[in-house]
Design a protein around this ligand. Structure first.
Ligand code: AMP
Ligand code: MG
Length: 275
């Protein structure tokens, strides 16, 4: 099977996105090759493990991965499966929930900036500052004149991070309404998944069209060089994982990282250990 051509899922700066034109069921050339895809995924996991260690050892680059998508789109699944086996010391997850009163007393990027990666670190945002133009817009948590300014803030904020050495990758996990129904039903049908069922998801589901519109605005206005959006067809979990793993491995390889130089006269220490 040929390697995955993920560039076709990249949103170009200023490209206008209509999600109806993006197939959430797409599995490209891997269609009906699920087993092969899963095997390839395991290889990529191992590669990611090695690359992450190199990232940590070199201590130069900062990697920020943003995961966004409707409820049940698979944000938690990606974190569990794509990062399976990666050393937890070098990877951190930051989950953004309903802001606390302290967070609300500050500007909306305050809590986000604190969680950005340091050198040698990978940070995964499970939801992010984009909620402030998504749920906030759909539920009128701020007036339009307030949230409309935020696309510019966000682009500038991300540019600041890029200028200071952060590589940003933003994944929109694209599922459709039918797939969400199946996933919610499966949570109801399976006792071990009952804890995942949130009645609020049913209410949000009714606002699907509004969320889709809000996502289209995000994707159309905030994909920029150094911080692109990637629209991940996410109805098939295995393709979703394969695509994201491939993007991560390719991106980390492109950084041309190197292990730090060893101390001088490395060999001279051998004698001390042996004597
Ligand atoms: P979950 O990711 O399922 O644990 O849910 C987290 C919830 O927090 C979601 O319903 C988000 O929409 C909500 N949330 C995250 N960020 C914000 C925000 N800035 N304002 C309001 N709600 C938010
Ligand atoms: Mg949820």
């Amino acid at each position: 099977m040929s390697d995955l051509n993920w560039k076709k899922y990249l949103v170009k700066p200023d490209q206008t996105i209509a999600l109806s034109e993006w197939d959430p069921q797409d599995a490209s050339a891997w269609k009906s090759n699920r087993k092969e895809a899963e095997a390839r995924n395991q290889e990529l996991n191992a590669e990611l493990e090695t690359l992450q260690e190199l990232l940590f050892a070199e201590g130069k680059h900062k990697i920020l991965i943003v995961l966004q998508g409707m409820d049940t789109s698979g944000k938690d699944g990606v974190i569990r499966r794509v990062f399976d086996g990666v050393n937890p010391q070098g990877v951190r997850v930051a989950s953004f929930k309903v802001p606390t009163s302290i967070e609300l007393a500050h500007d909306y990027l305050w809590r986000v900036h604190q969680q950005t990666p340091g050198r040698g670190e990978i940070v995964i945002f499970n939801r992010s500052h984009y909620e402030d133009v998504l749920v906030v817009r759909v539920h009128n948590l701020a007036p339009p004149e307030v949230w409309k300014r935020r696309y510019d803030h966000i682009n500038h904020f991300e540019q600041l991070l890029i200028d200071e050495g952060t590589t940003i990758l933003k994944f929109f996990l694209h599922i459709n309404l039918d797939e969400q129904r199946e996933r919610l039903l499966s949570r109801l049908d399976t006792p071990s998944k009952h804890w995942k069922f949130n009645p609020g998801d049913i209410k949000e589901r009714k606002l699907w069209d509004q969320y889709e519109k809000a996502y289209e605005a995000v994707l159309s206005k905030t994909s920029q060089p150094g911080a692109p959006w990637i629209i991940v067809p996410a109805n098939r979990k295995w393709y979703r994982d394969l695509l994201i793993s491939t993007v991560l491995v390719d991106t980390l390889k492109d950084l041309k990282m190197e292990y730090p130089k060893a101390v001088e006269d490395l060999e001279s220490y051998r004698a001390e250990l042996i004597d």
